[in-house]
Design a protein around this ligand. Sequence first.
Ligand code: ATP
Ligand code: MN
Length: 468
Amino acid sequence: MMEKSSRIAELFEREDQFLGKTVTVQGWVRTRRDSKAEISFVEINDGSCLRNLQVIVELSRPELTRHLDPVTNGCSLCVKGVLQTSPGKGQNIELHADQLKIYGLSDPALYPLQKKRHSFEFLRKIGHLRPRTNTIGAVTRVRSRLSYAVHQFFQERGFCYIHTPIITASDCEGAGETFRVTTLDPGHPVVEGQADDPFRDDFFGKAAYLTVSGQLQAEIYALALGRVYTFGPTFRAENSNTSRHLAEFWMVEPEMAFSDLEDDLAMAECLVKRLIEVVLSQCREDLAFFVRFIDPDLEKRLERVVETAFEIITYTEAVRLLKHSGEDFAYPVEWGNDLQAEHERYLTEKVFRKPAAVIDFPRSLKPFYMRVNDDGDTVAAMDILVPGIGEIVGGSQREERLDLLLEQMRLKGISPDDYSWYVELRQFGSVPHAGFGLGLERFLQFVTGLPNIREVIPFPRSPGHAQF
Ligand code: ATP
Ligand code: MN
């Protein structure tokens, strides 16, 4: 077993307890600076927190300098020494080295991370090293903390965590955006029309895809366990190179029996607020970093979201506001057209200046499973929009009435035979139920201020990019 060491975060958190004591730390060198005063300052980061620990190495001690000589940025080290109060500015504590061990050297001529700001685009090309930067380190810690908070939130409220399938033969929203899963030989592709089902000889005996949402399967469990949620990766082959779309992203999807759209909306608002509170209270240091380097208004905006009630407007009202806005939108605003990011952002940033939920969308815009409203033209859907991003949550009350579900499927050209199990849930003990999907990466963009979604996931997948 290796020597017991302390995480740097721990040393900063409990300085008083460690001051004057001998401690061991392990990490990667961020900078090294030798002063004429016979001292070398080596800053070490171990990823446990944003801050580096300053290590003081006396150049008059050959047993140390022997090891110190080849130490450069990126090098991995183990340092044992006494933790002392630091006279320098910028840190309260520093480690006075008594023993120094190098795990791995890092050739300064080749190491791509310099002590300067690199563009995010460049960092994406070195995905194996970018977690060693302040920004990606910070967002990774926030992501982890939020993922944990998602589970806490639902578990505290009696939700059961369901592992919905990654591979599915029922695609939730439209075949155009799915990735196919196949073991067929690419050298001998299926010929359409060759057999009744060209995928009959494929692994599953039918066409299969990566899931775009766990919702339909979550509904099965909600109609037995009451309150459930899934939290896992989802896949969409949308060929859009935007700053808020990924081909692989993580979605939080609760599904609640005995709930309507109003309950759904209340739960989503409560979740959004709780997750922001977690960032404000438990990710202080990383949040301060984002405020300083990414978006100066970030913290105030987050505080305001927690304090104010979300605006709720109908789609019809939203269209009216957009039409009378006097703005020159790239996409035309008409009742029946989907809201584009520019429209969403106008509503939440210019009109309301806070999160807003748009409800009751035209039936024609939304999938078959959404519940038809009494007007017959709209469905009980909701999208939650936030400043800077647009949609972060999409949800609905589900159609629980058999006849109306079948009518919706007929109108949308979906065969009930393909969804017989889904239809049967309406025949055997159907209940009103509702749910939503919150995109974890969109949410992370919102709480970090990072402009591109590719920075908030460890390994972004987008058209043409599946490296690392
Ligand atoms: P949009 O219209 O913004 O593309 P959508 O309406 O297709 O999103 P939903 O199917 O409602 O999205 O998915 C629920 C949530 O999942 C969205 O509110 C968003 O937070 C997130 N999401 C959807 N598509 C993506 C994607 N390609 N990359 C990252 N997150 C996504
Ligand atoms: Mn949506």
